[in-house]
Design a protein around this ligand. Structure first.
Ligand code: COA
Length: 152
């Protein structure tokens, strides 16, 4: 699947092990407790997981890890290369993940987001997620996790 965005043509495809050097650079630039290589390898091999990457001019511009089992799909991880942010890459990845989750029979998609992550909270609300709960001091015993769901 490809789409033209302000930064050029972005192609979405399933993540491969050969993407992981680029994925880990984005992951480390994006999170205070980044996933390690093994975590992504698990997602690449797990039967109910579909990790995706967006590629622009041969470089990884973002990625998303989706898992779908029975009626529930979950977004486990999403990040965009800092210089590609604000150009629709996350929206593109999420909309494609919603269509894959629907194909797999999911009825809703859930995720957790740090309460201080305003960009992500805004993104998810723009895409129709509703706040459904909270886990107190979930991140490094400091910040709450906001639980969100979207009906597919
Ligand atoms: C959150 C993140 C994935 C958004 O990626 P992105 O490609 O910049 O997002 P998009 O350009 O697709 O934006 C989609 C929507 O979210 C909104 N949005 C994105 N970043 C925003 C920001 N910093 N402030 C306000 N709104 C923002 C956009 O306005 C857009 O809505 P619109 O299309 O109606 O205008 C990116 O900032 C990122 O990688 N952050 C670090 C990792 C992270 O926090 N991941 C989420 C963990 S739960």
């Amino acid at each position: 699947m490809s789409r033209m965005l302000p930064s050029g043509e972005h192609t979405l495809r399933v993540m491969r092990e050969s993407d992981l050097d680029a994925v880990l650079v984005i992951e480390q630039a994006s999170f205070s407790s980044p996933w390690k290589r093994d975590h992504f390898i698990h997602e690449i091999t797990a039967p109910h997981s579909t990790p995706l990457v967006a590629e622009c001019s041969g470089a990884i511009s973002g990625y998303l890890c989706l898992t779908a089992l029975f009626e529930e799909a979950q977004i486990l991880d999403i990040a965009v290369l800092p210089e590609q942010r604000g150009r629709g890459v996350a929206r593109l990845l999420l909309e494609y993940a919603f269509s894959l989750a629907r194909e797999k029979g999911a009825e809703f998609v859930s995720l957790e987001v740090r309460e201080t992550n305003e960009a992500a909270l805004y993104l998810y609300e723009r895409l129709g997620f509703l706040r459904t709960g909270r886990r107190t001091r979930y991140y490094e015993a400091m910040n709450d996790a906001v639980l969100m769901e979207k009906i597919l």
